[in-house]
Design a protein around this ligand. Structure first.
Ligand SMILES: NC(=O)c1ccc[n+]([C@@H]2O[C@H](COP(=O)([O-])OP(=O)(O)OC[C@H]3O[C@@H](n4cnc5c(N)ncnc54)[C@H](O)[C@@H]3O)[C@@H](O)[C@H]2O)c1
Ligand SMILES: O=P(O)(O)OC[C@H](O)CO
Length: 326
């Protein structure tokens, strides 16, 4: 059998990094861009200034006609529209991290509605695009309903520097990927407002309980949140300086208005649209998510920073882990 054919849909920072990684793993790569424009001529993106797209990666505004796997690296809010333009010729893997605001659906659920006949999976974990593009060591998770299918798809992208672990819990993996962006906004705001690193560590740790409850209520597993797509990505996004979500939180914590921060651009900041969607999802399932709720209220302007701080600090202090009853 010849080399695998991988289609990457979306030529932003993450799409380019994934295309480079797929080529590094030996695949023939078709990278779809909405507007190839200057990327075609210069083979580089302002958001990834040290990276140039290898010539053997095909960059095109045409959708792929054949592939062994199709990776979607587009903003979650546009996944449905873009997915509908892609022919269902291969398993589809969501590489975006978020929840659709209009439906409260996770990326694989959106893809399953649009193209019910193909396999759906998700790739998520602690991965900054510029480091993956540079070939620095990293690990991530590829989840499908079937672990064997996840393993087979993961093998298409795995190299010694990019270790893809298989999971059969796409729901837990997607809750982790979506929610860590919201928690990173809170973590940034904690630091920006001068509350200190102890506070940030407490917030990150307590969020794991929140995300575990949500995953469980949606049919996923709480333990998935202790893996790469949960705690792993939470650590990276809440503490790594390159995170857009954390950077937005830092500015909010310093008192900058959301509108002014968003006007600066700098790429998609998924936590802003995901916070209200996750909150609605949690309310629908009767799950208590105080950190996510506080971020959502802060972003919509219903509460200010001092109210946000008070909401979290004035909650009753309970038992850290409730004993499980048989
Ligand atoms: N950048 C990272 O380090 C990284 C890592 C892992 C996952 N992700 C996830 O990947 C997804 C994409 O992030 P990114 O960093 O590549 O973003 P980016 O801002 O670099 O690029 C966004 C991409 O979406 C496309 N796009 C923008 N608006 C659109 C619209 N209206 N309709 C259709 N397409 C549109 C752009 O053309 C571009 O290809 C997000 O869900 C993000 O959370 C990013
Ligand atoms: O820059 P962020 O905050 O969107 O985070 C990027 C990746 O999701 C980190 O895994």
């Amino acid at each position: 059998m010849g080399s695998a054919r991988i289609a990457v849909i979306g030529a932003g920072a993450w799409g380019i990094a994934l295309a480079i990684q797929a080529a590094r793993a030996g695949a023939r790569v078709h990278l779809w861009a909405r507007r190839p424009g200057t990327l075609s001529s210069r083979r580089t993106l302002p958001r990834l200034p040290d990276v140039s797209l290898p010539e053997h990666i095909t960059l095109s505004a045409d959708m792929p006609e054949r592939a062994d796997a199709i990776l979607f690296a587009v903003p979650t809010q546009h996944l449905r529209d873009i997915c509908a333009q892609v022919p269902p010729v291969a398993p589809m893997i969501a590489c975006c991290k978020g929840v659709e605001l209009s439906t409260c659906l996770l990326p694989t659920q959106i893809m399953a509605q649009v193209h019910p006949t193909v396999t759906h999976g998700v790739l998520s974990g602690p991965n900054f695009a510029h480091e993956i593009a540079a070939g620095l060591p990293a690990a991530s998770v590829l989840a499908c309903d079937s672990a064997a299918q996840a393993r087979a798809l993961g093998d298409l992208l795995t190299t010694p520097s990019f270790r893809l672990y298989a999971s059969d819990d796409p729901t837990g993996v997607q809750v982790g990927g979506a929610a860590k962006n919201v928690i990173a906004i809170a973590a940034g705001a904690t630091i920006g407002a001068g509350m200190g690193e102890n506070a940030r560590a407490a917030l990150m740790t307590r969020s794991i309980a929140e995300l575990g409850r949500l995953s469980h209520a949606l049919g996923g597993r709480a333990e998935t949140l202790s893996g790469l797509a949960g705690i792993g990505d939470l650590i990276l996004t809440c503490t790594g300086g390159a995170s857009r979500n954390q950077t937005l939180g830092l500015a909010l914590g310093r008192g900058e208005p959301l509108k002014a921060i968003m006007a600066r651009g700098g790429g998609v900041i998924e936590g802003v649209t995901t916070a209200p969607a996750l909150l609605e999802l949690a309310r629908t399932h009767g799950v208590s998510v105080p950190i996510i709720e506080t971020v959502a209220l802060l972003l919509e302007g219903t509460i200010g920073l001092s109210d946000a701080r008070a909401r979290l600090l004035n909650r009753p202090v309970g038992q850290e882990f409730a004993r499980h009853h048989a």
